[in-house]
Design a protein around this ligand. Structure first.
Ligand code: PGA
Length: 261
C-alpha cells in the first residue's frame, strides 16, 4: 500500500498581482502557513514579482516557483526567461506545460519535455501539467492524450532525476470554469498516471511521485479530492489569489490527510 505524503499545495497566480499586491499576498500566506502544517505550500507568482516574493518568504517554509521557463540556458530569445534566472530569483519550482501555455501559446508536447529537462538541469523541480480538453474527454481520448503528454514531458530524463518531477493533472474543462472534476473522475486519471509511471520507472518511483490535481479547486472540494488515494495535493489558480482561500484548501487537505494516514 502506498504511503500518503503530506499535501502539496501550489498556487498559480497566473497574470495577476502587481508588485505590492504580490508582496501583500506572499506575506499573508507566510503568516498563515503554520496553521496549514504539515502541508507543503508553494506559490507561483508572475516573473516580475518573483524576487520580491522570495524576499517576503525568506526563512519561511513556503516555497517559490515560476509559471514558465525557456529551455535554453541563455541566448537571443527576446521575452524569455531561463532556468538559471529563476534559480537566481529564488525559485525552487517551475510549472511546465500548463494548459494555457499549450492551448493559448501553442506549446507542444516536445517543448514541455525540453523545459522539464532544462528545469532539472538547473536544480529546479518542474511541475509538469497534463490534461485533456472537453472534446477529447467526450471522444473517449482522455488516457491517450494524458499518456502522450506525460511520455513527451518525461522523455530523456535520467533515472536519478525523475523523482524531482512533480505532476499535475488539470483537465482543461475544469480550469477556471468552476466545474471541478468529481473525486472519482480525478482519481481515475491520477491512478492511470501512477500506473504509467510504474511501467516507466518502477513501482517504488511511482509510489513516491507527487501527483497534483488542478481545476477549480476550492476549500469546499479539497477534502473529498484529497481523500482519493492517488491525489497528493493541488495546483490552484483562482482560489490561490487570496490567502484565506489558498490556506483553506491546504487546511482541508490536511484534514483529509490525517484521516487517511
Ligand atoms: P483554477 O486554475 O483553479 O482557477 O481552475 C487551475 C490552474 O490553472 O492551475
Amino acid at each position: 500500500m502506498r504511503r500518503r505524503s503530506a499535501p502539496f499545495v501550489a498556487g498559480n497566480w497566473k497574470m495577476y498581482k502587481t508588485l505590492p499586491e504580490a508582496a501583500a499576498l506572499a506575506g499573508a500566506i507566510r503568516e498563515a502557513a503554520p496553521g496549514a502544517a504539515p502541508a507543503e505550500l508553494v506559490v507561483l507568482p508572475p516573473f516580475t514579482s518573483l524576487a520580491e516574493a522570495a524576499r517576503c518568504l525568506a526563512g519561511s517554509a513556503v516555497g517559490l516557483g515560476a509559471q514558465n521557463l525557456h529551455w535554453e540556458s541563455q541566448g537571443a530569445f527576446t521575452g524569455e526567461i531561463s532556468a538559471a534566472m529563476l534559480v537566481d530569483a529564488g525559485c525552487r519550482y517551475v510549472a511546465v506545460g500548463h494548459s494555457e501555455r499549450r492551448h493559448i501559446f501553442g506549446e507542444s508536447d516536445a517543448d514541455a519535455g525540453r523545459k522539464v529537462r532544462a528545469a532539472l538541469k538547473a536544480g529546479l523541480h518542474p511541475i509538469l501539467c497534463v490534461g485533456e480538453t472537453l472534446e477529447e474527454r467526450e471522444a473517449g481520448r482522455t488516457f491517450e492524450v494524458i499518456n502522450r503528454q506525460l511520455m513527451a514531458g518525461l522523455e530523456g530524463i535520467e533515472d536519478g532525476l525523475r523523482a524531482r518531477v512533480i505532476l499535475a493533472y488539470e483537465p482543461v474543462w475544469a480550469i477556471g470554469t468552476g466545474r471541478t472534476a468529481s473525486p472519482g473522475q480525478a482519481e481515475e486519471v491520477h491512478a492511470y498516471i501512477r500506473g504509467r509511471l510504474a511501467q516507466k520507472t518502477g513501482q517504488d518511483g511511482a509510489d513516491c511521485a507527487i501527483i497534483l490535481y488542478g481545476g477549480s479547486v476550492k476549500p469546499a472540494n479539497a477534502y473529498s479530492l484529497f481523500k482519493e488515494r492517488d491525489i497528493d495535493g493541488f495546483l490552484v489558480g483562482g482560489a490561490s489569489l487570496e490567502a484565506e482561500s489558498f490556506l483553506g484548501i491546504a487546511r482541508e487537505a490536511v484534514r483529509a490527510y490525517k484521516e487517511v494516514l
